[in-house]
Design a protein around this ligand. Structure first.
Ligand SMILES: NC(=O)c1ccc[n+]([C@@H]2O[C@H](COP(=O)([O-])OP(=O)(O)OC[C@H]3O[C@@H](n4cnc5c(N)ncnc54)[C@H](OP(=O)(O)O)[C@@H]3O)[C@@H](O)[C@H]2O)c1
Length: 274
């Protein structure tokens, strides 16, 4: 029998990292890190890791994963350094790195959506951080890394939807961007897609969002309809006069049909507030 793959999720106490952990833990030998969230301290599969203080290489030598999935947030300098050290480890070891990147790597190109092999360019410090880490990864042999570009992630337990529910309950305004055109996903879809990529040992660049586009305001209104009979106050924020795209669409590296997703499915997946 084939040995179970060993997976290490950096940031497994966070929204996306934890969703990936839950999806994978029954199939693989899965480990995760937490930093401030101490509820995981008694769980043998979870290790404490603070990228500002701890040496990532030491952690990797302890776990010896076949796959690292990086879903960290936090101090930018520490993120860059941790990923730099990871590159050195990857060169010397039989390990692959999956990095959760973002559609923001294209946020300077606002007039059209972007595809896997388009040149990246960002005007935001967040987008530039992602580009910096992506560029380090692209210098390694292709079979070592996967760049997973992800749009805004929704879902019942997502911080984005929790915040909307909170505003609805409190009758507070909800921010929408009427001329922002996006693609979207949710935690369930994203983690199923990552599961597939690991099963197949896939590497390269993947755009893991819906294949179709919707205006941010329309999307949020539809999600709110799913949540119940609310009459929300919307705060319409116009950042430019023209339509602006923030969308990384799949074109070259498509997933099998049953794993592709449309925005309507993401809307429909939300459940009414109890
Ligand atoms: N959410 C989205 O819509 C979205 C969209 C596109 C891309 N992404 C990307 O996906 C990744 C995960 O996002 P998320 O929304 O899941 O974030 P999150 O919920 O804030 O989780 C972040 C993770 O990083 C850990 N962390 C924070 N500071 C740390 C430190 N100093 N050292 C080590 N670990 C630390 C957190 O641990 P503790 O909580 O235990 O401190 C947590 O496990 C990010 O890279 C983000 O850019 C997210």
């Amino acid at each position: 029998m084939e040995k179970k793959k060993k997976i290490l999720i950096l940031g497994a106490s966070g929204f996306i990292g934890n969703a990936i952990y839950k999806e994978l833990c029954n199939y693989f030998n899965t480990y995760g890190t937490y930093c401030h969230t101490t509820v995981y301290s008694d769980n043998g599969q979870f290790l404490q890791y603070d990228m500002r203080e701890d040496d990532i290489v030491q952690l990797l030598e302890q776990v010896r994963p076949d796959f690292i999935i990086s879903t960290l947030r936090g101090d930018f300098g520490a993120q860059v350094q941790a990923h730099q050290h990871m590159m050195e480890y990857l060169i010397k070891n039989e390990t692959k790195l999956y990095f959760i990147s973002s559609a923001n790597v294209f946020d300077a190109y606002s007039k059209f959506p972007s595809y896997e092999y388009d040149k990246t360019l960002s005007e935001s410090i967040f987008g530039r951080l992602k580009i910096k880490i992506e560029n380090m990864m692209m210098r390694l042999p292709k079979e070592k890394t996967a760049i997973l570009r992800v749009p805004m992630v929704f879902g019942n337990t997502s911080p984005r939807v929790k915040e909307i529910k909170m505003h609805l309950e409190a009758n507070e305004p909800i921010e929408v961007f009427p001329n922002l055109i996006i693609n979207v996903t949710n935690d369930d879809r994203l983690t199923q897609q990552i599961h597939y990529l690991i099963n197949r040992n896939k590497t390269g660049i993947f755009h893991l969002g819906s294949k179709d586009l919707i205006q941010h305001e329309e999307f949020i209104k539809e999600v709110i309809k799913q949540l119940g009979n609310y009459h929300p106050v919307l705060k319409r924020v116009f950042t430019t006069n023209e339509d602006r795209y923030l969308a990384a669409l799949p074109k070259h590296n498509k997933l099998p049909k049953n794993l592709r997703v449309k925005y309507q499915e993401i809307i429909d997946h939300h459940l009414p507030v109890e």
